[in-house]
Design a binder for this molecule. Structure first.
Ligand SMILES: [Fe+2]
Length: 457
């Protein structure tokens, strides 16, 4: 308890326990050092770096990108990263795919939905447990994306990875994960996301549970950023202060056999090195991993009538050149109040130029009370109709409209301009609900030209 102050100067003390190990703010210019004095002051590349470290820049955008979108960080490390690659050999990760995957599935054209895939009993690392569901665009032109699910039953100990093809937005649904990265340690649990930038090396460990499962969006295009708020103003939705970037951390294990795997142009290469590549003692810049707790999202919605477009729940967006058109929008459907009067409150029926992949982290999604459960997924592709199932439609048409809290639910959507091309793996999953389109069959034609008022029956 501090003494009351009547006069004089009071200086804030840092809250050591508040988000310890992280620095707040989306895309800030951070600086952090794991040893005192490791970070050069006032310059990037001194003649001799403190502690004999090497200075190295990692650029996430072209050197000449506009100031607002320019992303780069300076690392001060035991070895330059040229020593982290040596004698690469091609390896196969046949279920970790890249765009394009056009023409692999022969399913009839239809909305698609899957039950959760059980976590296999075998040893699966973050890499060998990756299963690509759909892709769009083309990894070779750095446009588009891949959507994966993952199951992890084994930590990476002396194995490391970096993805040259895109940034990875990772969302566990079961189990907690630790990402030990070149830039520090990022821990996430269900309800949180982490973003691993293109080119950043890391390993993935299980934290406190024998297995983990979840969803990933690999974004080949422009970097994910916070969406514009327009008339909403300076606050709400995902606030920049709630994004957390780790403080510097490094590991030393010289003489230990380690492996580095690289994803590059949709191929995988691996090499052996005698040290950990996580050797960054200090860094500064605005290109680094970050995490975000989806429960900190501050939703905005209709306060009188109707159901707004789902874009009001956009957490992060990876824009394309065309205004308002995204390579990837990451959208969530968080706990919120429904209060609109005289309104059909669930999502309306619609067709869309964008394509939608949905998953569920916890709870129930209001347009699909059954058949769409945590760990499951659905794809409503470009210009294919969808909307509430028959049960949801009649329940919403007849219910007494009082303020209602949708609680304990986190559904999410990866929405994209590029149609979602299913992989052979996803098309052949035994968890595919082949009868999914039947959920709309019980919708009746209620039209009666002699009855302008419909009572919902
Ligand atoms: Fe939709």
């Amino acid at each position: 308890m501090s003494e009351p102050v009547n006069q004089g100067v009071v200086v804030a003390k840092s809250r050591a326990t508040y988000n310890e190990g992280y620095m707040p703010g989306f895309g800030n210019d951070f600086e952090t050092e794991a040893l005192p004095g490791a970070l050069p002051v006032g310059q990037n590349s001194p003649q001799r770096c403190p502690y004999g470290l090497y200075a190295e820049q990692l650029s996430g955008t072209p050197f000449t990108a506009p100031r607002e979108t320019n992303k780069r960080s300076w690392t001060y490390r035991m070895r330059p990263t040229v020593q982290h690659i040596s004698g690469f050999e091609r390896i196969e990760l046949p279920l970790f795919r890249s765009a394009p995957t056009v023409g692999e599935d022969t399913l009839p054209l239809m909305p698609l939905r899957w039950d959760p895939a059980p976590i296999p009993g075998e040893a699966l690392s973050f890499l060998s447990g990756m299963r690509t569901i759909a892709t769009g665009g083309d990894v070779h032109t750095q446009t588009g994306y891949a959507i994966h699910t993952f199951a992890v039953t084994e930590s990476m100990t002396d194995d490391y990875f970096y993805n040259a093809d895109g940034e990875m937005l990772i969302m566990p649904e079961i189990g907690a994960l630790r990402f030990f990265t070149e830039f520090g340690i990022v821990d996430i649990a269900p309800g949180e996301i982490a973003v691993m930038p293109r080119g950043v090396k890391y390993k993935v460990e299980l934290r406190g549970a024998p297995q983990a499962r979840g969803y990933i969006c690999e974004n080949y295009g422009q970097l994910l950023t916070c969406p514009e708020r327009g008339p909403i103003g300076a606050n709400c939705l995902a606030n920049r202060r709630d994004f957390l970037t780790p403080v510097a951390a490094f590991e030393r294990k010289d003489g230990t056999k380690c492996r580095l795997t690289v994803k590059w142009g949709g191929t995988f290469s691996q090499c052996e090195i005698e040290h950990s590549p996580l050797d960054v003692v200090a860094w500064h810049g605005n290109y680094a991993p970050y995490k975000y707790n989806l429960r900190h999202f501050s939703p905005v919605g209709p306060t009188l009538n109707d159901h707004a477009d789902p874009s009001i729940f956009t957490v992060l967006t990876a824009p394309l050149g065309e205004p308002g058109t995204a390579n990837i929008d990451f959208v969530i459907f968080p706990p919120r109040w429904l209060v609109s009067e005289n309104s059909f409150r669930p999502p309306w029926y619609h067709m869309n130029v964008m394509s939608e992949f949905m998953g569920l982290i916890e709870g129930v999604y209001d347009a699909k009370p059954e058949g769409f459960v945590p760990g499951g997924m659905s794809i409503h592709n470009m210009m294919l109709p969808h909307g509430p199932d028959a049960d949801a439609f009649y329940a919403a048409s007849l219910s007494k409209l009082e303020p209602q809290k949708l609680d304990n639910t986190i559904a999410f959507m990866f929405e994209t301009r590029f149609p979602q091309q299913l992989t052979k793996y996803a098309a052949e999953l035994p968890t595919l609900q082949r009868g999914y389109p039947e959920v709309w069959k019980p919708l009746r034609n209620h039209f009666d030209p002699d009855r302008p008022e419909w009572n919902g029956e």
